[in-house]
Design a protein around this ligand. Structure first.
Ligand code: AP5
Length: 195
């Protein structure tokens, strides 16, 4: 282990729908010993539980649009304030636009911390559609997938330059076998810090 390198414990995973964020977040969370914080999963649990939050977001999620920034800020602020997130976390699905990125920066500043690395999964569009159609989640219908891809391109992709400008961006080829993607992600993490 390189003693000069700091431990990596606050990570963000960015990528289009179906790029493998959730799949890889599960492996990395285990490997790094930090909780995976997936906003998509949190919202789907709220819908399944028929909570007030779930009732509010269900139709938005089914359309492929983004839930409003204020609701998401509350969800994420509360989750990152929980005990298990104090020594690290792996964010998957938040932020989704530049406004959310600024909100996250503010939340982390108040917690006196910051992101160590932002990992971007790069996968061609035909493969994203193929994976989503094979999975058949509620929002995995072809017209909804196209809407989610369009939202990603217009609203989420600008985060790549945002985090590149901050010097914490790493791009990984997500169009490989699952374990090869995990190895590539761990390789990027080891380049910048201790694992
Ligand atoms: P969210 O759950 O975040 O959906 P998403 O970004 O569309 O991502 P997916 O879950 O579809 O894909 P993934 O990249 O996690 O891939 P996965 O590992 O599942 O969000 C859902 C909705 O919630 C949004 O549309 C929005 O409405 C709302 N929302 C969430 N966060 C929000 C926010 N911050 N602001 C506003 N709204 C928000 O893999 C996909 C499939 O591919 C799986 O079947 C998997 O087994 C397979 N697979 C994975 N890796 C590979 C591989 N290497 N090779 C082959 N198959 C693979």
């Amino acid at each position: 282990m390189d003693a000069a390198k700091q431990p990596i414990s606050r990570l963000l995973m960015v990528g289009p729908p179906g790029s493998g964020k959730g799949t890889q977040a599960a492996f990395l969370s285990e490997a790094l010993g930090v909780p995976a914080v997936s906003t998509g999963e949190m919202l789907r649990s709220a819908v399944a539980a028929r909570s007030a939050l779930g009732e509010r977001v269900e139709s938005i999620m089914q359309s492929g649009a983004l839930v409003d920034d204020e609701t998401m800020a509350q969800v994420v602020q509360q989750r990152l304030g929980e005990a298990d997130a104090q020594s690290g976390f792996l964010l998957d699905g938040y932020p989704r636009n530049l406004g959310q990125a600024e909100t996250l920066a503010g939340i982390l500043e108040r917690l006196e911390t910051q992101l160590d690395i932002v990992l971007v999964l790069d996968v061609p569009e035909e493969e994203l559609i193929r994976r989503a159609l094979a999975r058949k989640r509620d929002d995995d219908k072809v017209e909804v997938i196209r809407e989610r891809l369009s939202v990603y391109k217009n609203k989420t992709e600008p985060l790549i330059d945002y985090y590149r400008d901050r010097g914490i961006l790493s791009m990984v080829d997500g169009f490989q076998a699952v374990d090869s993607v995990t190895a590539a992600l761990l390789g990027e993490i080891r380049k910048v810090g201790q694992v």
